[in-house]
Structure formats: C-alpha cells, structure tokens
Design a protein around this ligand. Sequence first.
Ligand SMILES: Nc1ncnc2c1ncn2[C@@H]1O[C@H](COP(=O)(O)OP(=O)(O)OP(=O)(O)O)[C@@H](O)[C@H]1O
Ligand SMILES: NCC(=O)N[C@@H]1O[C@H](COP(=O)([O-])[O-])[C@@H](O)[C@H]1O
Ligand SMILES: [Mg+2]
Length: 387
Amino acid sequence: MLLGSGELGKEVMIEAQRLGIEAIAVDRYEHAPAMQVAHRSYVVDMLDGEELRRVIEQEKPDLVVPEIEAIATGTLVDLENEGFHIVPTAKAVNLTMDREGIRRLASEELGLPTAKYAFANTLEELKVAVREIGVPCVIKPIMSSSGKGQSVCRSLEEVEQSWNEAITGGRANKNRVIVEEFIHFDSEITLLTVRSSSGTSFCPPIGHVQKDGDYIESWQPHEMSEEQLLEAQAVAKTITDALGGYGLFGVELFLSATGVYFSEVSPRPHDTGMVTMATQDLSEFALHIRAILGYPIPQIQLWKPGASHTIKAREERKVYEVTGISESLAVPNTQVRVFGKPETKVGRRMAVVLSNGNSVIEAREKAKLAACKLVVRYDDANSKKNN
Ligand SMILES: Nc1ncnc2c1ncn2[C@@H]1O[C@H](COP(=O)(O)OP(=O)(O)OP(=O)(O)O)[C@@H](O)[C@H]1O
Ligand SMILES: NCC(=O)N[C@@H]1O[C@H](COP(=O)([O-])[O-])[C@@H](O)[C@H]1O
Ligand SMILES: [Mg+2]
C-alpha cells in the first residue's frame, strides 16, 4: 500500500506491477497519478491517524510504503509495533517528516556536518535565532516540502516577512520554524543510497538546480573528486544505517570548498532521481521495489549520462492539457512523462522531460530544449476564476 500517489509513486507502482504485486494507492485526492495504475485506491486524509489506521487495518497490506512526508507518522510507529511492516522503518518515516527530528539525529547524535541551525516558535524567538545564526540564513517551516514556506532572510528587517511565509506555507498548523546558516555551496547533489539484502549500494551522484526550494533540473553523473565522493558516501551510509530497513533513500548534500554538508534525506525515491529513468539499468523506482521486497541488487549500472527538466503549471485550473509532446519528442534520446494530475496549481509539477547523451552537458541541453516545447494550456471557460 502506497501512502501518497504522486508522480514518484506512479513509477513505484508500475515497478511493483511489473513483479506481479497487488498494489493499492492512497492519497488525499481522487485520480492521483499512482491511482491510475493501481489495482485499487482510497482517498484518505493521511494526516488523520484514525482514518489512516482504518484503511491499513482494512487492507492489511504486507508492506506500507510512504511516498510523501505529510502522513500521521505517529500512527505508523504504533502500527509497526502491532506487526505491520512500514517501509523502510517507522522510525525513518517519523524522523524525516519534520526537519527537527532528522536534523537533530544527523548533527547531534551522528555528528554529521550540517549548516548551523536553531528553532523558533514565535516571531520574537525567531529574531533571537537569526541574530545567533547570522544573515543570510534560510528560514523554513519544520514541516514542509518542495520549498513551500521557505525563504532566504538577508537582514533583520526581513525576519517578519520570512516568519509570515513560513507559518502560511507550512504543512501542519504548527508555528515552528528552523533557521539555517546559508551555505555558499559550489553544487548540491542527491546521493541515491539503497539498503537491500545485498547490502548498501550507491547510485552515481545526481547534481541539481533548485529554484525557490524546488527542483528544476537534475543530471547524472555529477562530476566530483574521488575524495569528495567517498566523503559523500560515508555521510549517506551513516544516516541511512541510522534510519534502517530496506529501501532507497535520497540523501541531499551540499558540496563546498570546506567539505560535504548533510542537508536532508528522503526515505523513498527522490524527485531529482527521476533522471535515473533515462540513465540507469534500474531506475530509482525499480531499486526501491527490489529492495523493499527483499530481492538482491548485485549491481547498479549507469548506461549513459542524462538529465531531467521539470514542467510546472503557472495557474490554478481544473481543466488543462499538456501540449507540444510531438515537438518535445522530436529531440533525440528524449522521453516525456506527463503525470496526469487532475488539476493544476501555481508552481505544481505536471510533467518531466528525460534525455540522455554522450555527456551531461549534451543531455542537459536536450532536456532543456525538449522541456521548452512542452506547454501547459488552460481551458479558460473552465478556470476556477471564471467559475
Ligand atoms: N542552509 C541552506 N543553505 C543554502 N541553500 C539552502 C539551504 N537550505 C536549503 N537550501 C536550498 O533550498 C533547497 C530546498 O531546501 P530543502 O531541501 O531543505 O527543502 P524542501 O522543502 O525539503 O525541498 P524538497 O522536499 O524538494 O527536498 C535546497 O536544495 C537548496 O538549494
Ligand atoms: N519533493 C517531494 C516530491 O517531489 N514529491 C512528489 O510530489 C508529489 C506531490 O505532488 P503535488 O504537490 O503536485 O500533489 C508526491 O506525491 C511525490 O510524488
Ligand atoms: Mg530537499
């Protein structure tokens, strides 16, 4: 049972189906991408522990596979104690659903290098925290993803604005924020790390560009020195061992002249890792399914350098279409994934383009060109504004 049924879940679901698994999709809204390829589905408020428990107890799945962070993870901890199998572990899902849990584990328990950080519950506490950390700093709700509610605060005058953004952009009704020292990194990567019956394996590093805290473009492999790669793998091994279980993890790291910084980790496939559908023999989704079913992963092979580029909506509409697919597919070595989300929202990721080539530079150029050809078009008569 997949908890969360977006674009990443849809690919996980397809990989499960390929191995003959009976698969159930759950999300907060109807016709979510993974629901379109599941045996059956449920619409549930996954932040409501009772509703979540009801659907899990009804279906009694062999594996409960969280796909998003916004889940009543305390209930998953209880269900694990009662004998349900939560992927990769209820501890991993519970700690990574809020920034405080995973940051304190990484920095205070495991001693991994991170940006300096502090927490605040009120605007007054935030002003104190910003003075302590210094500017520029990054302010984020403790519960949010894809950059929602996140801002860079450049002076004490901007603290109030950052506070307002964080408390309106956060996922839960919790006025708690994290302040992080701004890391002037040279590049940032996702190190996909798989824990399986074959031990721990790493995919070649994925470089990416983020805008407003959300990913725009990713590529693989990201060029880094052997020394830096070993440092990154050591950080990834430490954090994933601490979280435990079988599955694929997306370990987010900042690379700078002063070393490798741990940023955060997803105990599940990562959005920037969609590029692996164009580069590896086993995509991150195939790896996740293999790992959680207990199957071996003797090796992971990079076939070609590749890149991904996202396509986002600019408006909120109930009726839309993605046009330009033919023009996009005319770019060589290119594939398109249209997620099939039932409606658009401002900034919502609707599709991704995947390209490969003889070099990362070539693949990035192709993916960018192909992405420019894809356009999200709206039917004005059915727009929310006009209704
Ligand atoms: N301390 C920092 N210093 C510099 N840049 C940062 C810092 N924290 C975050 N960023 C930038 O913002 C991006 C998003 O941050 P982060 O991963 O914490 O947000 P998120 O909401 O969890 O995003 P996602 O769910 O997509 O991973 C990072 O990938 C990085 O580009
Ligand atoms: N960075 C996390 C991430 O990319 N998660 C992916 O986005 C979906 C939510 O999309 P939505 O907000 O458009 O419904 C999630 O279900 C997951 O597939
Ligand atoms: Mg992130």
